[in-house]
Design a protein around this ligand. Structure first.
Ligand SMILES: [Zn+2]
Length: 276
């Protein structure tokens, strides 16, 4: 078995290299994956946390050829290195500035905002941006067209369930964004955390199934008896370790908001009940 280690650099394909940032943890797995796309001219995808040793590793690997810095979203483990890296290289910053909610890098200011369109075209490669709100409203996946490799940021992680934190996170948007990926010509998924994943459609279908199964359980629990988030998490997530409850509560809240929008749940004074 191959283990992923902070600081490790790997050549994943002819066009793509990966450096793992030194920020392993419960939410970040082995650490944030920073990808370098291209050889003659380089685009950096998700430069990661503002850690001097990691920025040095990116600069060393980029060898004076970094022209673009691309950010899938602006959570603290993905974008803070972008600003110092742009200063050091003169590279163009692309991404979408953060809404002012939890866990955001508010320093990040793109030179050019991403939108749902072709993003970059060099002699070697082309990248396309795909808006995928859900994990965060300013989240984009990036498709390397020559290799069918999709940089998924935190839309899809390998080895853990993505946390959806309202209001920037939205469960209905998340499911819609997963469906949207299935129409793309994908050959592999390159997540923000964890190893490359082959068979993209099977992975995406598995995540959709997992979320809908959880939604059904939340609806069932709610139909038995309403309650506060603290009460409901005990019953709707009785299959996960209690240590995960603080994070599970965010996803539970996101499920309840979706059920609310679907007309199946209602909130009064911090207490949720099934309708009808
Ligand atoms: Zn994130």
């Amino acid at each position: 078995m191959i283990t992923l280690e902070p600081g490790q650099t790997s050549q994943l394909s002819p066009l793509v290299r990966r450096i793992i940032a030194p920020n392993p943890g419960v939410m970040t797995g082995p650490g944030t994956n920073t990808y370098l796309v291209g050889n003659d001219e380089v685009a950096v995808v998700d430069p990661g946390p503002d850690e001097p040793s990691h920025i040095e590793a990116i600069l060393r690997e980029g060898a004076g050829r970094i022209r673009w810095i691309l950010v899938t979203h602006t959570h603290e483990d993905h974008s803070p290195a972008a600003t110092p890296l742009a200063r050091a290289t003169g590279a163009q910053l692309r991404g979408v500035a953060a809404p002012d909610d939890f866990y955001q890098d508010l320093i990040f200011k793109p030179d050019v905002a991403l939108s749902d369109e072709p993003l970059l075209q060099t002699r070697e490669f082309s990248l396309r941006a795909v808006h995928t709100p859900g994990h965060a409203c300013n989240h984009y996946c990036l498709l390397l067209e020559q290799e069918g490799m999709l940089f998924t940021g935190d839309h899809i992680m390998n080895g853990s369930t993505v946390v959806i934190i309202p209001p920037s996170g939205d469960m209905k948007d998340y499911l819609d964004s997963l469906e949207k990926l299935k129409s793309l010509p994908l050959r592999s998924l390159a997540p923000g955390h964890g190893e490359l994943m082959p068979e993209p459609v099977a992975v995406v279908d598995g995540i959709i199934r997992h979320r809908l199964t959880r939604e059904a359980k939340v609806a069932r629990v709610l139909a038995e008896a309403g309650g506060t988030l603290d009460e409901l998490v005990e019953r709707a997530y009785d299959d996960v370790p209690r240590a995960m409850f603080p994070m599970a509560k965010y996803s539970l809240w996101a499920h309840l908001l979706k059920l609310g929008r679907d007309g199946r749940a209602v909130e009064r004074d911090a207490r949720w009940d099934a309708t009808g």
